[in-house]
Design a protein around this ligand. Structure first.
Ligand SMILES: [Zn+2]
Length: 265
């Protein structure tokens, strides 16, 4: 099964070797600690690159992870993570206090701020559920959005919007959470992806051809999209979603804001 393991679990079939070995977040969203080696040190920039990392570097609306690196009896906060602009294969980890950097080739342990990351995974998945509900019920595809840990927003090409509409959408999202739909991470070859109607409607066919295979997040039976981010294993894990706002951002552009909460009565 193409599911992300809970820390060292199975790698989704079709995952490019290089990606699976270096970008651990892309094949195992539940990995929160990992061992690695420092491959580059930028003392001026106060940052290091690692042979492999579980820190998500940001992208697709999902914020980057923070956490810490541990080596030689010290633990130093990782305050920012991002891909190198000119060399996207390199992921930089900024450390608190540029005077405290490990040496090149040093062995380090990476520790994610898991509370923040898991909340972000629940939030990201909640936004995909919103996409699925809006397509299934209203036939509109998302045009833009953003998220922070615990809350996010998406825009849709709708003629009108109301708080009543927001309440209906909230009910539908929580129904899909209650349905405990399985969520798969799949690596799909371009020829197959470009024929998949669910992916075409989320504009996956507009992604540059040289990206092959596409990483696809499939909320089985509800929503399927090409996506680099980290997600939970089942819609049930999202908890409870509250639609906190509905706004008009202009003619034919309406915004839905949501927050995720712990599952409860
Ligand atoms: Zn996404």
């Amino acid at each position: 099964m193409a599911v992300p393991g809970r820390g060292g679990g199975s790698v989704p079939p079709g995952a490019p070797r290089e990606t699976a070995q270096r970008e651990l977040f892309s094949v195992d969203a539940y990995l929160r600690e990992f061992d690695s080696t420092v491959t580059r040190v930028d003392r001026e920039g106060g940052r290091v690159a690692l042979r492999r990392t579980a820190f998500y570097p940001g992208g697709g609306g999902q914020p980057a992870d923070v956490g810490a690196l541990r080596w030689a009896d010290q633990t130093v906060p990782v305050t920012r993570v991002a891909r190198d602009r000119d060399d996207p294969a390199t992921i930089w980890h900024w450390l608190e206090g540029p005077e405290r950097l490990p040496d090149e080739n040093a062995g380090v342990q990476g520790l994610l701020d898991w509370g923040r990351r898991h909340l972000t995974m629940r939030t990201h998945t909640a936004l995909h559920i919103l996409c699925g509900v809006m397509w299934a019920d209203h036939g509109v595809a998302v045009t833009g959005g953003n998220m922070d840990p615990g809350k996010g927003r998406l825009d849709f090409p709708l003629p009108s919007m109301s708080s009543e509409f927001g309440r209906r959408v909230e009910t539908r999202i929580n129904e899909e959470i209650a349905a405990a739909r399985e969520i798969l991470v799949e690596f799909v070859g371009r020829e197959v992806a470009d024929e998949d109607h669910a992916l075409i409607r989320t504009a996956a066919n507009l992604i540059p051809r040289e990206i092959d295979p596409l990483r696809v997040i499939d909320i089985v039976g509800l929503d399927k999209q090409a996506d680099g981010g980290t997600h939970v294993l089942s819609t049930a894990e999202v908890g409870r979603v509250e639609v906190t706002g509905t706004e008009s951002k202009g003619k034919g552009n309406k915004r839905v804001r949501l927050e995720v909460h712990e599952a409860g009565p």
